[in-house]
Design a protein around this ligand. Sequence first.
Ligand code: PEP
Length: 254
Amino acid sequence: MPRLPIIAGNWKMNTTPHQAVALVGEMLAELDEVRGVEKVLCPPFVSLGAIERLIQGTSIKLGAQNMYFEEKGAYTGEVSPPMLAELCQYVILGHSERRHHFGETDELINQKVKAALAFGLNPILCVGETLAENEAGRTVEVVTGQVRGCLAGIEWPQGLVIAYEPVWAIGTGRAASGPQANAIMGIIRDTVAQLYGQAFAEGLRIQYGGSVTSANIGEFIEQPHIDGALVGGASLQAAEFIDIVRQTATLKRG
Ligand code: PEP
């Protein structure tokens, strides 16, 4: 079974609620028309409700950028899995900005992945090495360690998507090369096969993330282990994001 490509736009901490609605308005009709690619918008929490209403009845899916693992309670400022499950299909977990600015560890991310799965949310689990780790030749060790750590004790992560995002490529304009990313993603797929078997690993969708634009998406999408992209900066420009989604549909069909 071929894997359905998935392009997700991570808006990070950009757009006010009014700006978010306007941005979706610019993309909605054209994105909705593209077939053969799953399209996921991940705006800030405060815009999820409004965007959920806007995209109802379309082929566009919604994701959050983070989540706490407890169901409810005295966790001021946090957002829980059931809150998101009413609005979203996806949740980004373990983004490198969460790991580096907010000290998220594989252990914490593991609890979040478990909670997302328990509430029917599909986790987009982010892994990736820093520049120092890359230069020290530790990429495989770091990335496979993150995959194993974040999936520890999880019996069957149905709906899981993994995003391989080398930290040095995020927001830097310095993307990995297609073959470079594909090689690491093949190793991620092998690691998942060791955990859940070959059939599960063959069905797992793995995205590349890190300075993806309409100018370089083709280089990634043509690689066998790359099933889409997690797009940051370029997802905030409607025409650019639509172009990335359209190219993905064309190339993966081809
Ligand atoms: C991201 O936010 O996950 C990301 C990959 O950002 P950018 O595309 O801007 O590098």
